[in-house]
Each structure stands twice: as C-alpha cells, then as structure tokens.
Design a protein around this ligand. Structure first.
Ligand code: GLC
Ligand code: MG
Length: 535
C-alpha cells in the first residue's frame, strides 16, 4: 500500500467474497461443494481480484439449516472434508495473499450439540442454564408470545423436563443463554481455536439476536403485518432482539480478536441505520463492520438510495468504517430483484461506494434466482411456511463454471438443481466475452484496486434529479465522478454548479472507455459511467 496510507487495513481497502460452500465447487462427486473444491477455485478468485473469502459454516451439523445448526464448533463436517483439508485451504488462501473469514454462529447451537444434549437431560444438569429454559404459564402455554423466524412459536416444550426452551430459528436450533459467563467463555475459546490456526476473522451470525430481554416481556404486535408476510413479522421483536446488553458481549468478542493481529469481526445485523451503527461500539470497541444491508432492502430508486447513502455516511461514528452488501445466501439475487441490466449498474455502485464491498458468489457472472420445483425445495424457511415464496434455495444454486455437465460444479448429482442458463452464463464463457458481467466485475475490481480514490477516498454526493444517482470519490489529486442511471431512459447529466471535464474510464456496458466528457454527459438507460475529472 502506498506511503501515507498504512492506517488502512485489508478489511477496509479490500473486497470480500462470500462462498456458500455447498454450492461453490464439488471435488468428490457427491454433489455437494467442499473445501477441496474451494481450493481448486482459488486461482479464479485471485484472477477476479477479491481480497478475502468468507465461507458460510463448514462445521459438523445435522444440516437442519444447512450448517447454521452446529453440533461441533471446532470440527469440519465430513461432507466438506477434514481438518487437514481445512488447514491446507487456509494455507493456500494465505499463500495467494488472500484472507479467510469464517462464519461464527454463537446465538444458537444444533439441538444435537453435546451442550444441548446435556442441558436437556435434567433440570439440575450443570449446563441447564446454557440455554433459555422457562416454565409454562399456569395454563400450560408458552412463557411469552415470541415467534420463531422460521415459523411458529419460538418456544418448544420438552416432555422430559417439563419446560420450554427458546429458539429464534428452528426448534433444532436452541438459543444459547449469553447471560451465562460459561457460555461466553466457551464461545470465546471457539474463536481462539480458529484464530490460533490463522483465520483472519469472523462473520458473526445474527449478532443482534444474541441477548434477549431479561424479563422475557411479550413483543408488541406489528401494525404493518400482512398475511403474505412471514408469520414472524406479526410482532415487533422489541424484546427478543437488539437488547442493550448485546454491546458488552460484542466488546468482549472484539477483545478476543484484538489479541491477534489484524483480525476482523463482521456482524450480521438487520436493523435500521441509527441502530445498526451502535454496533460499532463506544469509541469503536464493537464490531469492525456491522453489515450494511441497505442495498438488499431498498427499491431500485436513485433518490431513495442516494438519501440512504447520505444518511449512512452521516450516521457513522468517528472512525467507523462503512461497508456495503448486494447479495447473500438469505436473499433473492440482485439480478432477479432489480433485473440483469440493472444489476450491472448495481455492481458499479457496490464497487465505487466508500466502504468495504461484500460480493455474493455468482453475482459476478450475473446469476439469477433459479426456480426450484416444490418437491425439490430444501430450505426449512421455504418448507415451514409454504406458499409465501420464502425459500432461500433459488439464490443458493451451484456456481456456474463452464459449459460441461452441471456447469462444472460436480460430476455427481448436484444437491440443488443447476440453472438452465448455465451454458451461456458461466465463468469460462464470460472470460472470453469482453462485454460480459464477469468482465465488468473484473474491471471494476481492478479499478478499485488501482485507484485509492475508490478504495479509501472521500465520498462526496452530487445533486441529481430523477433516475440519476451521482457522487464523487476523491483522494489526493484524483477526482472521480460516478453517474448511474437507474432508470430505463437515456438521460443528460449536467451538473449545476461545476464544470464537467474529463474522460470516461469505465462504463457498465464496457463500450465508452476513453470517451471525452465536455460539460454534459449522456447516461443511457441502465448505464453507469466513471469519469476521471480534470483539474
Ligand atoms: C443467519 C443466516 C441464515 C440462517 C440464520 C440462522 O441469518 O445467514 O442463513 O438461517 O442466521 O442461523
Ligand atoms: Mg463434495
């Protein structure tokens, strides 16, 4: 990194790429992606230019929630490989100058985890208090009205010990009691286990769920609930999530990673901006990057997105580093949410905003949601609440590598069907096509790496109207103007109070590079351009 910028760390100036390991690359023909598969594809990731990979859970798990139900925090699921495979992968990632971030799931374990088996064995078991056990109300009903994210009540009755336990997700995912110091210690030890191996950080699953109201008060009803929404949305989770005590826990996690060099904590947090930013902690002693999911939820509307970027920039605490996410394994893919052409503009947005970008595997080749026939649905969220279109399978289909069988993902039968469009839409084909989505991503990533204005420069909003979204990124003598047309009409961009002179250095259709810009700039429908301004 250039002299004078030593204060920027890899997780600030770099780009994170999420690998959903089941679907990335299968190496042994069982139809399920694995660690050796990821290893085979590191060359691709290096070619693409990403700096860090975050791998969704690879630990032993009954797979009730595809690995987010962990039965051993310091092991590797045999489907994914062995610990030796893991060590090998980590070493290879580092040898290529990349970083590895693991998924940490501290809010809940699997119901098959030995901790829970002990906890449920009797009321006086020493681990009883590791989970959230409560008596029934006098009429036998649940201790309060809390709902599970994946449908139904958040409470499950245990016949043997005659108490309910709480689960924010599936009943196979009992919530740990983070008020118990032994639970804290056990999970911090898990973190140290991986940090000692050299893992570069954690993406912490459902961070805002980890502590619940001590009195377990009822959640209030949600006045905006509609029947087409998940049942969980019936209530506002005022007492089951985002409790003030969470910040102390996050601080303690931070202390664990701060004992090592340059490790990162990313928090999965779905909250409005003013709440989200509290997860940076007081004086920056919380999460390094509370995931900013704004672009996952906002409509594709220039004025709304512009306003939110400004709100976010304004809400960041002193020293708080921003970050942006366009897709993940829980949400419909960007190409489906806003459209294929639009997704190219979104790529430019993601990779030119100030703050660490996180990409979701396959988005770079323009993968879209794959319709999964009802009898092939695997995701418990889809299965438990049928008819509401809540399955997350469509965004988790196998990565499309080439034109061979199963898109080169597996020699066996893929665990989830491969998109039909893979013969056109795949890495190899797009690497040959100078105007492909992949080529655009590659160029954007290269530009972000080459231009400090993009990776660490200032963000300066530019006033626009209608479907145009514009901003400048500035660093030392470099001044880049980004103009994105989120609409379907060609539009003239004419800045009000500034002269506009420069040269286009990248455009989303990869057609206008080197074009000179003099006072006005036409931005076509669903097009984005980056202009290097003169002077
Ligand atoms: C997070 C994960 C999601 C999982 C849930 C429960 O939201 O991203 O995939 O189902 O937590 O662990
Ligand atoms: Mg496999």
């Amino acid at each position: 990194m250039a002299v004078g910028n030593e204060q920027y760390l890899w997780w600030q100036s770099g780009i994170i790429y999420q690998v959903y390991p089941r679907s990335f690359q299968d190496s042994d023909g069982d139809g399920i992606g694995d660690l050796n598969g990821i290893k085979q594809r590191l060359e691709y990731l290096q070619w693409l230019g990403v700096d860090a990979i975050w791998i969704s859970p690879i630990y032993p798990s009954p797979m009730a929630d595809f690995g987010y139900d962990i039965s051993d925090y310091t092991g590797i699921h045999e489907l994914f490989g062995t610990m030796a495979d893991f060590d090998d992968l980590l070493q290879e990632v580092h040898a290529r100058g990349m970083k590895m971030i693991l998924d940490l799931v501290p809010n809940h374990t699997s119901n098959k985890h030995p901790w829970f088996l002990e906890s449920r064995s009797s009321k006086d078991n020493p681990k009883r208090d590791w989970y959230i056990w409560e008596d029934a109300k006098p009429d036998g009903s649940e201790p309060n009205n809390w709902l599970a994210m994946f449908g139904g009540s958040g409470w499950e009755w245990d016949e043997k010990t005659e108490q309910y336990y709480y689960h924010a997700f599936l009943k196979e995912q009992p919530d740990l009691n983070w008020r118990n110091p032994d639970v804290q210690k056990a999970m911090f030890d898990v973190m140290r286990f991986w940090l000692d191996k050299g893992v570069d950080g954690f993406r912490v699953d459902v961070m805002w769920h980890m502590i619940k109201d001590e009195k377990l008060r009822d959640n209030p009803p949600n006045p905006d609930y509609k029947p087409e929404m998940a049942t969980y949305e019936k209530l506002i989770p005022a007492y089951s999530t985002d409790q003030p005590e969470i910040h102390h826990i996050v601080q303690e996690m931070r202390k664990v990673v701060d004992a090592y060099k340059e490790r990162v904590i990313i928090g999965e947090i779905y909250l409005p901006i003013h709440k989200l930013v509290t997860y940076y902690g007081k004086n920056g002693n919380g999460a390094h990057l509370p995931f900013n999911f704004m672009l996952l939820n906002l409509p594709w509307n220039a004025q709304k997105i512009g306003a939110h970027i400004n709100e976010y920039e304004g809400a960041l605490p002193e020293g708080g580093w921003p970050n942006w996410v366009l897709g993940n394994h829980d949400k419909s893919r960007i190409g489906t949410r806003i459209g294929i052409e639009e997704a190219r503009v979104a790529a430019m947005l993601l990779l030119t905003l100030r703050g660490t970008p996180t990409m979701y595997y396959g988005d770079e080749i323009g993968m879209t949601d794959v319709t999964i026939p009802e009898d092939e649905i695997q995701d418990p969220q889809g299965l438990n609440m049928p008819g509401l279109n809540l399955s997350r399978d469509p965004a988790r289909t196998p990565m499309q590598w080439n034109t061979s069988n199963n898109a080169g993902f597996t020699n066996g039968t893929p665990w989830l069907r491969v998109a039909d469009n893979y013969t056109n839409l795949n890495v190899e084909t797009e690497q040959q096509d100078k105007e492909s989505a992949l080529e655009l991503y590659k160029q954007l990533i290269q530009l972000r790496k080459a231009e400090q204005a993009l990776s660490i420069g200032e963000y300066i909003p530019v006033q626009t109207e209608g479907d145009l979204l514009a901003y400048r990124r500035e660093h030392e003598n470099t001044n880049l103007l980004i103009v994105l047309n989120l609409g379907d009409k060609d539009t003239m961009f004419t800045p009000e109070h500034a002269t506009l002179k420069g040269q286009i250095i990248l455009d989303t259709n990869l057609k206008r590079r080197t074009e000179q810009v003099n006072d006005k700039l036409e931005v076509r429908a669903n097009e984005g351009v980056i202009v290097r301004l003169k002077g």
